[in-house]
Design a protein around this ligand. Structure first.
Ligand code: IMO
Ligand code: MG
Length: 422
């Protein structure tokens, strides 16, 4: 069975934990898009792991973990993640693979990302990791890929060509001194040597795995509303975070995808700029941010928080083909008197039930809420759906009803065991 796992909101839904759990049941775990803008946190016993690039499935012995062609890789970040795995005694040498076709984040991408942000009138609030400029070069057909690091001549030509153009832009537009060929050339060839044992044609590997009836988990980063096409553009990331990206980002054809699981928080959060209809007012927002420890795993920025938005979540079910839901951080809603779910938007006296594409409308729309009764702190942690407080069960059933997909997993804490399977 090949399963795609996607975030249904604006990222940080808790994908890391779900991936960690589902990894136990599959043979391969594959990242298909994004880069080290993602931060997936997994708690194992007393230890917390944060992954930015490597699939968190790597924590499970024997699982083969791939970084697919759709991912953009900052080699320095990859190197340090591999080092930290080694330090923690996790053996990955025979089960970690990198696609030859994955594009590389170059030093100039990171600078460009940050310089562009400072010049922009409408700031996006990017993570500053060079993600956008790297994908732009990929589409512009001047990107440098993993495989290029294994061929000095190809790499040298491509790097020269890039620096010729980019250094002019740096100097003339941004008054930045630009980059030296020799330094990047040497540094990146070293990365190439380091990664060579893992670089391969992952599409061939994965299609063979499909033919052998192995099980594959395809993990998305970011979330549906950060998707370059369907998200709240331009406040999005530069890749296809929706389930379609799982095929183009790995080379596994659509006919071989069996199921799509959607991950969402029991409320909503967003990092960076952009419209967010159900965002809490400042005071309650701060209260919830502290209660849910809503600070970015990548940049440490405080996350904006709001009520569950069923309009975007419903759209997400449709766009991704989601049939099963994992509802995360349900415990953060414990002890709140009245809980709201946004079921529609209202704008100029019109009720809108579908996710609007018009930017002004989305920014100014008022949420239409359905109010549900809250539940007390569930101190002796429930372990099954039946053990949940009746109001918590009613909340989950309402989400299921509004979204038209089945709730199959509920998380009530960061530990692996704080999970209810339905
Ligand atoms: P995970 O995988 C939350 C947001 C950034 C910014 C926008 C564009 O942990 O859910 P980028 O650096 O990608 O060009 O920034 O996207 N963003 C995320 N927000 N979780 C993420 O990943 C994110 N990755 C990017 O905050 O608004
Ligand atoms: Mg994150």
């Amino acid at each position: 069975m090949n399963i795609v796992l996607v975030g249904m909101q604006w990222g940080d839904e808790g994908k890391g934990k779900v991936i960690d759990i589902l990894s136990q049941k599959v043979d391969y775990v594959v990242r298909y898009q994004g880069g080290n803008n993602a931060g997936h946190t997994v708690v194992v016993g007393a230890k917390e792991y944060v992954f930015h690039l490597i699939p968190s499935g790597i924590l499970h012995a024997g699982k083969i973990c791939c970084i697919g062609n759709g991912v953009v890789i900052d080699p320095e970040v990859l190197k340090s993640e591999l080092n930290s795995l080694r330090k923690n005694g996790i053996d990955f040498d025979k089960r970690f693979k990198i696609s030859t076709l994955a594009h590389l984040i170059m030093p100039y991408h990171k600078n460009l990302d940050q310089l562009r942000e400072t010049k922009r009138m409408n700031k996006i609030g990017t993570t500053g990791r060079g993600i956008g400029p790297c994908y732009a070069d990929k589409i512009n057909r001047c990107g440098i890929r993993m495989v290029d690091l294994l061929n000095r001549r190809v790499f040298s030509d491509k790097l020269k060509d890039n620096l010729k153009e980019k250094n002019e832009i740096f100097k003339k537009v941004y008054r930045h001194p630009g980059f030296s060929f020799q330094q990047i050339y040497r540094q990146y060839l070293n990365y190439g040597k380091l990664f060579e044992p893992y670089i391969c044609n992952t599409a061939v590997l994965l299609n063979k795995a499909c033919n052998d009836k192995s099980d594959i988990l395809l993990e998305g980063a970011q979330g549906t509303f950060l998707d370059i096409d369907f998200g709240t553009y331009p406040f999005v990331t530069s890749s296809s975070a929706t389930s379609g990206g799982a095929c183009t980002g790995t080379g596994i054809p659509p006919v071989k995808i069996d199921k799509v699981v959607g991950v969402c928080k029991a409320y909503t959060t967003r990092v960076g700029e952009g419209p967010f209809p159900t965002e809490f007012t400042e005071g309650f927002g701060k209260f919830m941010r502290d209660k849910g420890n809503e600070f970015g795993a990548t940049t440490g920025r405080p996350r904006r928080c709001g009520w569950f938005d069923a309009v975007i979540a419903r759209e997400s079910v449709m766009l991704n083909g989601i049939t099963e839901l994992a509802i995360m951080k349900m415990d953060v809603l414990d002890g709140i008197d009245k809980i709201k779910i946004c079921v529609a938007y209202k704008y100029k006296n019109k009720i809108i039930k579908e996710f609007p594409h018009d930017f002004e409308l989305l920014s100014k729309a008022a949420p239409v809420y359905k109010e549900m009764a809250g539940w007390p702190n569930q101190a002796n942690k429930p372990r099954s759906f039946k053990e949940l407080h009746p109001n918590a069960r009613a909340y989950l059933l309402e989400l299921q009803n509004l979204l038209g997909a089945k709730v199959s997993m509920v998380s009530i804490g960061s530990a692996r065991k704080a999970t209810i399977f339905i």
